[in-house]
Design a binder for this molecule. Structure first.
Ligand code: SF4
Length: 344
C-alpha cells in the first residue's frame, strides 16, 4: 500500500543543486510536526543527499520505494511521538514472529497479516535453537507474536521451549482458545508464560470496526478463559488518538488492571495502516526481532526492508552483535551530524 503524504513533491530530474532544496524548504515551511512529505524523482542518485539532509535538519527519512526508473522517499517532519525514556538494554527483549498468517485482517496490521497471508513460519526447530542460545546473550524476556501464534499446531511446544529459556509473553487476539489450541494453552507453565490479548476499546464499537464484527466479544471471552485457567493476562490496545487512549485507560482502571499488565500504543504507519505514527530506525531503541526471513530492528517493522538488519539468524550472538553495531552506528551518526550542525 502506498503511504499517503501531506505534500507530494515531483522532483523529476532536479537535484539539491538544481532546485530540489528550495522545494523541500518551502514544503517544510508549510508543514507541521509529524506531517509527511513525499519526494518522487527520476534521479536515484540523490538518495545520499536526501538521507544527509534529513539527518542534518532533524527530520526523518521513513520510507524509500524503488520502482523501475522512479524512486519515492517519504520524510517525516520532526520527531515521532514515542515513549523513548524507557531504560531497556539492547538485547534484553527478544521478539519471535512465529508466523505471519492470522484469522483476522485488522486494517492497521503493521505486518499485513490476514487469513490469506502466507504462513512464513519460524518453525519449532529454529525456536528451540534460539531458546538454547539466548541464555548466554542477556535476554530477560521473550515475546512470541505473529500473525496469530495460536494458528500453529505446535504452538504449545514453541512457547514451552521459549519459556524454558526466559519469561515469555505470547501476543494473541485471544479468539482461538478452543479444542487443540485450548489444549496447547493449558499445557503452558503459568509462572513463565503471560498471555497478551489485543483489545482496542472498552466496548465493541471501535474494536470491531477495525478488527471485524464480533471480535471484541470473542477477545473478551479469551481474556476471561485465560484468567480462569490461572494465567497472567495483559491487555494491549492499539489506538488512533490520545482521547481513545484515555478512554481505554479509564476502562482498565475500572477493571482494576495493574499498570504492568497494560499496553497502549498508537497505530504505526506500517503494513496495512494508511494513517498513524511514522517511524524510522532512529526513532526506536532496537528490540531484536527474528522472523523466518531474518533479523529485524524492531517488531513494528518486521517485514520492512528498512528495518532488516541481516538475513542470517544463526549464530544468534552474531545477530545480536549486528543489531548493537547498527544501533551504535545510528547514535554515532546522529552525534557527528549534531556536532556539525552546532558548529555551522
Ligand atoms: S493486528 Fe494482530 S490480530 Fe490483527 S491481523 Fe495483525 S496479527 Fe492479526
Amino acid at each position: 500500500m502506498r503511504t499517503k503524504a501531506n505534500i507530494e513533491l515531483d522532483a523529476s530530474r532536479r537535484t539539491f543543486a538544481t532546485g530540489l532544496l528550495v522545494d523541500l524548504i518551502t514544503a517544510l515551511k508549510r508543514s507541521r510536526t509529524g506531517d509527511l512529505i513525499a519526494i518522487t524523482s527520476d534521479e536515484p542518485t540523490i538518495a545520499p543527499d536526501i538521507e544527509a539532509w534529513c539527518r542534518f535538519t532533524g527530520n526523518t527519512l521513513i520510507e524509500t520505494n524503488v520502482d523501475p526508473g522512479r524512486v519515492r522517499w517519504i520524510i517525516r517532519c520532526g520527531a515521532a511521538k514515542m515513549n523513548l525514556d524507557v531504560e531497556r538494554p539492547v538485547g534484553s527483549r527478544l521478539w519471535l514472529y512465529s508466523n505471519f498468517d492470522c484469522n483476522l485482517s485488522c486494517d492497521y496490521c503493521c505486518v499485513r497479516s490476514s487469513p490469506s497471508a502466507s504462513r512464513r513460519e519460524l518453525g519449532l526447530a529454529r525456536v528451540q535453537r534460539i531458546a538454547c542460545e539466548t541464555p548466554a546473550l542477556g535476554v530477560s524476556e521473550i515475546f512470541v507474536t505473529g500473525g496469530e501464534p495460536f494458528l500453529l499446531a505446535d504452538i504449545g511446544e514453541v512457547l514451552t521451549a521459549c519459556a524454558a529459556s526466559a519469561p515469555t509473553t505470547v501476543l494473541t487476539n485471544g479468539m482461538l482458545f478452543t479444542g487443540r489450541q485450548l489444549a496447547a494453552l493449558l499445557s503452558l507453565p503459568r509462572d513463565r508464560v503471560t498471555i497478551q490479548i489485543s483489545l482496542d476499546s472498552p466496548t465493541s464499537q471501535r474494536h470491531d470496526a477495525r478488527r471485524g464484527q464480533g471480535t471484541w466479544a470473542r477477545a473478551w471471552a479469551g481474556v476471561e478463559r485465560a484468567r480462569a485457567e490461572g494465567f497472567r493476562v495483559r491487555l494491549a490496545a492499539t489506538v488512533s488518538t490520545d482521547a481513545e487512549a484515555k478512554d481505554f485507560r479509564d476502562f482498565l482502571d475500572s477493571e482494576r488492571i495493574a499498570e504492568e499488565d497494560r499496553v497502549i500504543r498508537h497505530i504505526a504507519l506500517r503494513g496495512f495502516a494508511s494513517q498513524g505514527v511514522a517511524l524510522a530506525r532512529p526513532d526506536l531503541v532496537p528490540e531484536v526481532t527474528i522472523t523466518a526471513e531474518g533479523v529485524y530492528w524492531h517488531p513494528v517493522g518486521a517485514e520492512d526492508a528498512d528495518f532488516l538488519v541481516r538475513r542470517e539468524i544463526f549464530p544468534l550472538a552474531d545477530s545480536f552483535a549486528a543489531v548493537r553495531r547498527a544501533f551504535d552506528y545510528e547514535r554515532e551518526h546522529s552525534r557527528r551530524l549534531a556536532t556539525i550542525f552546532n558548529c555551522a
